[in-house]
Design a protein. Structure first.
Length: 201
């Protein structure tokens, strides 16, 4: 039985464990050292590539959250087909950015808790007076709470299992009891056979 990882996890350990579990089964690799995060879909014999910023563990987890939430069509597009507007942004543009990022960072928060990585809200609008809306942080925590109550999708569960075989313990230590997560982990292969995102764009 594999020993649980010493927490907090480093970015290279996150990448190593993810790649060992998913490079062949899902044709996807996680690689650090990028100036900016990037997702490149599979082409021919080349696997899909998830690039995260430099050696930042939080960036690795945020990019894994994007991957866990993306459906099959989005996983065939560069950056999942999303258009990124770099800062500075207007207040309206910032709210639109936050609406898209809230579920992603909510899942990132769960992954951070499960791996011992420090989490902080990323408004991605440095130096602006409207850099972060008042409700953004609250929305992220509420999104994480709703997801834990409803139960995590199989892709997310598989990623967490690959990163830390005892991830429920640090998760519950930071975010409280998660009975729905335990029920999903006990489900058989038929109940967890397909990835949640497969029915979504």
């Amino acid at each position: 039985m594999r020993r649980p990882m010493r927490l907090p996890m480093r970015d290279d350990e996150i990448a190593r464990r993810f790649n060992a579990a998913f490079s062949r089964s899902h044709g996807t690799v996680l690689i650090g050292g990028a100036l900016e995060p990037r997702y490149l879909p599979a082409r021919g014999h080349r696997p899909a590539v998830i690039r995260y910023t430099r050696d930042y563990a939080q960036s690795a987890l945020q990019e894994l959250a994007h991957w866990c939430l993306a459906g099959p069509r989005r996983r065939t597009r560069v950056d999942y087909g999303y258009w990124y507007l770099p800062p500075p942004r207007t207040p309206l543009q910032q709210r639109q950015f936050e609406a898209v990022e809230t579920p992603v960072q909510g899942l990132e928060l769960i992954m951070a808790a499960a791996t011992g990585v420090r989490f902080h809200v990323s408004a991605d609008n440095p130096g602006e007076a409207h850099g972060e809306s008042v409700g953004f942080e609250k929305g992220i925590f509420e999104s994480a709470t709703r997801r834990l109550k409803a139960g995590l999708n199989p892709r997310t569960l598989a990623v967490l299992d690959a990163l830390n075989s005892r991830w429920i313990e640090p998760l519950e230590a930071r975010l409280g009891p998660c009975p729905a997560v335990g029920r999903h982990r006990l489900a058989g292969p038929d109940e967890r056979a397909e990835i949640y995102g497969e029915t979504h764009g």
